[in-house]
Design a protein around this ligand. Structure first.
Ligand SMILES: Cc1cc2nc3c(=O)[nH]c(=O)nc-3n(C[C@H](O)[C@H](O)[C@H](O)COP(=O)(O)OP(=O)(O)OC[C@H]3O[C@@H](n4cnc5c(N)ncnc54)[C@H](O)[C@@H]3O)c2cc1C
Length: 427
């Protein structure tokens, strides 16, 4: 990553900003996780000249994520308002990836390999079966599989596992590959025939933001101060710093957000070539989500022979890797897929999810030209396409004012935004 100076705001802070085509609005995107990078991409597509400011590129939650795009298998009781957000974002993935692929040929690791829900013993089976009933009641496609179908589909699963449920539309992406692809798209010289309105290639600034302050005197614009004590002007700002939000000064005190770290330990393995028959690339085809002794474990097979096993969910004070969690993840994974024992363990990663009380993110405008997008909790990779599109559209709306929105917000968008409101849950 280069460490270029941000582009100067010039006098754009004093004139009302109008948006059409390549607007040249200089916009700071603060945070470079998957949500921040995709938001920067949507803003570039909408004509903004984007500067991404972060101490690193996607080294926090996005670095650990398995990348399950699983609005159905991630369903939990009492989260009715989260499901429409997850489902809407899932629907936006193909379009997002198609647009990205016109800007770069860097792969994203997207795989439509479906998900199987399974259980180790009788009480685990009852729990998974109950959840499958709930999922079906909400119109989700979840089909019970007989033991012989399960065996035929995934012969490497432990012989004791006799029951499974098929969720054919829950897929996966590789977040690290996605990050590389979005970075390339942000840097690319885009063909104007494909992207007639796009802004300039992104500027990258390696720094932590310490403050975002409105330019005084009623004119539009913001001063962004970084930890090297430099202050730079921008016409617009989108804050996407994950858990870093609460450390940034200057934001309206009326909007503290209820964010907390939820630590997750995750393992990365590689299939041992000795485990494969000629022509095979993996011992597992679908993503497997299992209940083992009441605990949850998932196994996500990558196309290149990788396997991601995750993830613990801890709210303790240990920010490093928790030995007991690693032990449980490995033994539960072996109970489901005995071949895990013979694989190469290549990485153990621990990161914190930016958690919120209801697992729903916070997305909204604090001021004209200032949007907050954080709290993506357990589902940020899944939610990123929706978050990026709505974050960019909200910014344009707040800049242009009604009734001349650039990117229309539909009634359905408004409803989704209401359930992600910055002030929900407050009296
Ligand atoms: C173990 C684990 C497994 C997961 N698995 C999945 C999964 O399978 N599917 C799924 O959908 N989700 C998953 N998640 C959740 C997902 O990873 C997160 O919700 C998502 O990555 C959040 O993205 P983000 O861009 O908002 O934040 P982050 O990825 O946390 O990025 C925040 C960015 O902001 C920057 N930043 C912070 N403070 C500042 C500051 N002051 N100034 C400038 N920049 C700043 C950071 O450096 C970083 O670049 C998982 C998470 C974990 C931990």
């Amino acid at each position: 990553m280069s460490s270029d100076a941000a582009s100067p705001a010039g006098d754009s802070g004093s004139a009302p900003v109008t948006l059409s085509g390549h607007t040249g609005v200089d916009t700071a995107v603060i945070g470079a996780g998957v949500v921040g990078l995709l938001t920067a991409w949507q803003l570039r597509l909408a004509g903004h000249d984007v500067t991404v400011i972060a101490p690193d590129i996607a080294q926090d939650a996005s670095y650990a994520a398995a990348g399950m795009l699983a609005p159905i298998s991630e369903v939990q009781y009492g989260q009715d308002e989260l499901w429409p957000i997850m489902t809407a974002s899932r629907t936006e993935y193909p379009q997002l990836l198609a647009t990205l692929s016109r800007a770069t040929d860097v792969p994203t690791g997207y795989r439509e390999n479906g998900t199987l829900l399974i259980a180790a013993d009788r009480s685990d089976r009852d729990a998974v079966a109950e959840l499958a009933v709930l999922q079906r009641e909400h119109g989700m496609e979840v089909t019970a599989l007989t033991s012989s179908t399960l065996r035929r589909r995934e012969p490497a699963l432990a012989p004791a596992i006799s029951k499974g449920w098929d969720v054919p539309s829950d897929h996966q992406i590789d977040p690290r590959q996605l990050v590389a692809a979005v970075r390339a798209a942000l840097d690319a010289d885009l063909d104007p025939r494909d992207f007639p309105e796009a802004g300039e290639p992104a500027q990258w600034l390696t720094a932590s933001v310490t403050a975002v302050e409105e330019v005084p005197g009623g004119s539009r614009g913001f001063t962004v101060t970084t930890d090297d004590d430099l202050a730079r002007p921008f016409s617009a700002v989108v804050l996407v710093p994950g858990l870093g939000y609460s450390a940034i000064r200057g934001l309206p005190e009326t909007c503290p957000l209820d964010l907390r770290p939820i630590h997750g330990d995750v393992l990365r393995l590689r299939v041992n070539p000795a485990q494969l028959m000629p022509g095979e690339t993996h011992v597992l085809d679908a993503t497997v989500r299992a209940k083992v002794n009441g605990r949850s474990v998932y196994l996500v097979p990558r196309a290149d022979g990788g396997l991601v096993i995750g993830a613990s969910s801890r709210e303790d004070s240990l920010t490093g890797t928790h030995a007991g969690s690693v032990q449980e993840l490995l033994s539960d994974a072996v109970a489901v897929l005995p071949g895990v024992k013979d694989m190469e363990l290549t990485e153990i990663t621990t990161r914190a999810r930016p958690g919120t009380p209801d697992d729903r993110p916070y997305l909204g405008a604090l001021r004209p030209g200032l949007v907050v997008s954080t709290g993506y909790s357990r589902h940020g990779i899944l939610l990123a396409p929706l978050a990026a599109r709505l974050g960019a559209a909200l910014l344009d709306h707040s800049l242009a004012g009604t009734p001349a929105p650039v990117a229309p917000l539909t009634a359905a968008d408004e409803q989704l935004l209401a359930s992600m409101s910055l002030t929900r849950g407050r009296s």
